[in-house]
Structures are given as structure tokens and as C-alpha cells.
Design a protein around this ligand. Structure first.
Ligand code: ASP
Length: 338
């Protein structure tokens, strides 16, 4: 039987982190080949191509690092790889995976993973996560699903996954709908399969929009939102209370902010959609919509920021931004799913 061809790239993260001296914290240092050296079974199971793309913590990844990683993954797929795995810091996995998913235009899977424990820690989860991600990336059943996150033996849709615990091994969740599938005994099982949106256009050359993400809180008077508008940001995502609410004072600033650029409101709760026609007080979802803000629907604020960034970076007109945000936020299962 011919072996599948698998590409594995690394951007850094805890999964690559070791410590230089006793008493110091860990920092990224290992290459992708270092990571695979402890997994001889992977070389037996697949023809491997590897690339260390960066050696940075998740927090220091940039939009251009992510597009560079996507170009590498596209290149290896076009040269015949059956799938690609990208290893990175878990801190930004929910954002990078969604950015990649919005732009990934190949049938072959691109699977992201990382680790919650560094390689020298007891119970390090990196090797098992890489193996599971490789299993998913080389499984024919993963074709056409876009970008996936495989961690802790669960397979998550990029548009729904979220780091919801700072240290736990099962830090990644996809509330409220749950993961797409699981991996066990080198077997991939999908329980549900999301539809795919048309991929977004790549950023126009030199386009690096500034999109602010502001979380509202008790006593918010809208001053921070005003400051962001005055600073010339191209768009704003508001992580709002509950089902999409801000204070009456902040709502007044929203009316001015929408004249500067798109304003999207999402729920800060971590699960569930924002509403559209239940509450009618100043600062409610109905009021924000009437003032011209856009609803993130089921998207959380971080995903909404990535989507708005991508649309602004591609130079999309306002009507198109509204249409795409409505569609992506309104249909968490993808087009034609509800
Ligand atoms: N701070 C780390 C990072 O994102 C966390 C991780 O990789 O798990 O690089």
C-alpha cells in the first residue's frame, strides 16, 4: 500500500518550548524535525515533508505569518501532499485557524494543533496531538472540510473552536454545538460535517486594516469606543453583554462610530448568538441594529474581528461586508445548513 504524503509545518508555541537554564520559563526553541524525532511511527505511516516556518509564541504571530504559512501549505498540497498539519501556540489558535479557513481554497485538509504542556513536562500532550492531527490530515473523510483544529483527540471546526481554559488539557471547546468528530485507534470519526463558504479574497497588497476589539463592562460610558474612532481605526468589534447589549451611553457613541467604519457586536459570554428582535431598550440588540451596527450572530467577538479584518483587507465595500457578516454569523453550520 502506498503511504500518504503529509506536510508538517511549525510556527512555534508551547509544543516547541524548552528552558535554557534552571529557574527560567520555557520559550520556543524546537524545530519541526525535533518534534517529529519522537514520533518514529509517523515516518512509518506517511511520507513526510517538513518546514520550520517560525519559532515564536502564539501571541507574537502576525497576519502575515499566517498568510505565509498558508502559502507554504498550499504549495505542498499543489506538489502532491494529501494534507498538511500546522503546529503553533494555542493562545491564538482560534484566530489563526479561522483566518486560514476563510481563505483556504483547497479540498485537502489543513489541520492545526498545539499543546498545553511543553515537551519536557510530565504528560506532555504535543506528540499525541501531532499524531492525531496527522491522522485527520491524511484521512480522506477530512477532504472538503476546510481548516480543522485537532487537539485532545477532538476535531473542531475553525469557525467555532475557542480556547476556553488557560491551562487544562481539554482547553478547546466548540460551544454550543460541540466538536465535529474524534480520533481513536488512528481512526477518524465525524459526527457532523459543516458546509463551506466561498473563500474570501486575499488582502490587497499593503492592506493592513486596524480593527479594534473592545469588551464592554460595568459602567462603560463609551469613552474608549470614542477614543478608538478618533484614532482612526477602520472597524470595531464590540464584545457586548449577554445577547448583544451595551450601556445607553455606549450606544450613543455607536451611532457616531458607524460613520467611521463597520461596527459589529458579539456576545462576550463565550457561547450562544446575539439576538436581533427581543430587547428594545437603549443599548439593546434592536437599538444597536437600528443605529447601523452589524450583528455577529453566532460568531464570537474574536472570530468576528478576524472576519471583519479579512473583508476590510480585501477592500470589500460596505454592502458586501454586511452581507458576508450576516451570512457567516447567521449560519454556524455553513451555507445550506439551516
Ligand atoms: N503561550 C503559548 C503560545 O501560544 C501557549 C501554547 O502554545 O499553548 O505560544
Amino acid at each position: 500500500m502506498t503511504k500518504p504524503c503529509l506536510a508538517v509545518g511549525s510556527l512555534g508555541g508551547t509544543i516547541t518550548m524548552t528552558r535554557d537554564a534552571d529557574g527560567q520559563g520555557v520559550a520556543p526553541s524546537l524545530t519541526v524535525d525535533d518534534l517529529l524525532a519522537v514520533l518514529p511511527e509517523l515516518a512509518d505511516a506517511a511520507d513526510l515533508q517538513t518546514r520550520t516556518l517560525a519559532t515564536v509564541p502564539g501571541a507574537s504571530l502576525s497576519f502575515s505569518d499566517v498568510f505565509a504559512a498558508m502559502d507554504w501549505a498550499r504549495g505542498v498540497i499543489d506538489d502532491g501532499a494529501d494534507g498538511a498539519v500546522l503546529v503553533q501556540g494555542t493562545d491564538t489558535l482560534e484566530e489563526t485557524s479561522y483566518l486560514l479557513d476563510l481563505h483556504w481554497d483547497r479540498e485537502q485538509p489543513l489541520v492545526l494543533t498545539g499543546a498545553m504542556r511543553s515537551p519536557r513536562q510530565a504528560g506532555a500532550d504535543g506528540p499525541a496531538n501531532i499524531l492525531a492531527a496527522a491522522t485527520v490530515a491524511t484521512s480522506p473523510s477530512s477532504r472538503g472540510l476546510g481548516v480543522l483544529v485537532t487537539i485532545n483527540d477532538e476535531i473542531h471546526a475553525a469557525r467555532r473552536v475557542r480556547k476556553s481554559d488557560s491551562v487544562a488539557q481539554d482547553a478547546f471547546t466548540s460551544a454550543p454545538f460541540g466538536p465535529l468528530g474524534r480520533v481513536h485507534e488512528s481512526k477518524v470519526t465525524y459526527a457532523n460535517r459543516p458546509g463551506r463558504w466561498a473563500t474570501l479574497r486575499r488582502p490587497a497588497p499593503g492592506q493592513v486594516p486596524q480593527v479594534a476589539l473592545l469588551e464592554t463592562g460595568l459602567g462603560d460610558d463609551g469613552a474608549l469606543l470614542q477614543t478608538v474612532c478618533d484614532a482612526g481605526y477602520d472597524g470595531v468589534v464590540l464584545s457586548a453583554f449577554g445577547a448583544g447589549h451595551v450601556s445607553a451611553a455606549t450606544a450613543e457613541v455607536v451611532s457616531a462610530a458607524v460613520k467611521h467604519g463597520p461596527v459589529i457586536f458579539a456576545s462576550r459570554t463565550g457561547s450562544g448568538p446575539v439576538l436581533s428582535r427581543t430587547y428594545g431598550f437603549p443599548g439593546s440588540e434592536e437599538d444597536l441594529l437600528a443605529r447601523g451596527a452589524l450583528s455577529a450572530g453566532w460568531l464570537d467577538a474574536r472570530k468576528a474581528r478576524i472576519l471583519l479584518w479579512s473583508l476590510l483587507a480585501a477592500g470589500s465595500p460596505v454592502d458586501q461586508i454586511r452581507e458576508v457578516v450576516d451570512a457567516h454569523g447567521g449560519h454556524p453550520g455553513g451555507p445550506d445548513q439551516n
